[in-house]
Design a binder for this molecule. Sequence first.
Ligand code: URA
Ligand code: SF4
Length: 271
Amino acid sequence: MTGTPERRAAFLQEMGIEPLWRSRAAPAAPAAETQALAEPSMPVIEPVDAFGDLSVGAPLAETLETGIAPATVTGQSEVAHMDWMQLKSTVAGCTRCGLCNGRTNTVFGVGDEKAKWLFVGEGPGRNEDQRGEPFVGQAGKLLDNMMLAMGLRRGANAYIANIVKCRPTDETGRDRPPTSAETAACIPYLERQIALIQPSIIVALGKIAAISLLGLDAETPVSKLRGTVHRYADRPLIVTYHPAYLLRNMVDKKKAWADLCLAMATYAGLC
Ligand code: URA
Ligand code: SF4
């Protein structure tokens, strides 16, 4: 088990979260006494919170179409057969879309390459671009705490990746969501990561991750994405709020926890 019960309890308390679920074995167990859900002996949990009709993820900026550089494109089928080393070095030198021009570092992903849990974000921000690692800024700290509350830790039975590997910025240099063209150019890398990792469950952080992985129209009502167990490549996928959104909308942390409880209950059902 990773993370102490005290730290997990502190995270839940900080967010003003009452236990939103109860164990079948021990109804209304206090959060501090919950088991790490990665452990096979844990009780099955039941989310008891009603899911709201609220938007998911960071707000979408205007779509800026970025062309795919044709000459240096690595074929999608080639990517689909790469091993970890080939994949990492291909991403490091990738020029498949215009995001290669502004990057400091590509941000490949981090964690246990045999993880049961995969968390997928949108794309690197400034901090991640500087460090070459996903979710290292404030949103990353919150994600770490969210995972800790689930008994997970980056690098230990969890992998964190993004839809795009290079930082998207607008004309003023601020972070923006990736366009559909950038997503289409980059997603074969994530698909290959998923095929290599073979996670048991995927948590899509925010709307971009959800619609990209599920192949949904950007206009899909977000109220339809949360509170449902979706499927991606024959495994469950749960949608929750992006941590950056949660930092701006503290009130929705409770709902994010309900989403994570759904994810944990789904994972428990797989064991
Ligand atoms: N937001 C994301 O979606 N991914 C990161 O890596 C950092 C912030
Ligand atoms: Fe290549 Fe993805 Fe970076 Fe675009 S975002 S240059 S496809 S690694």
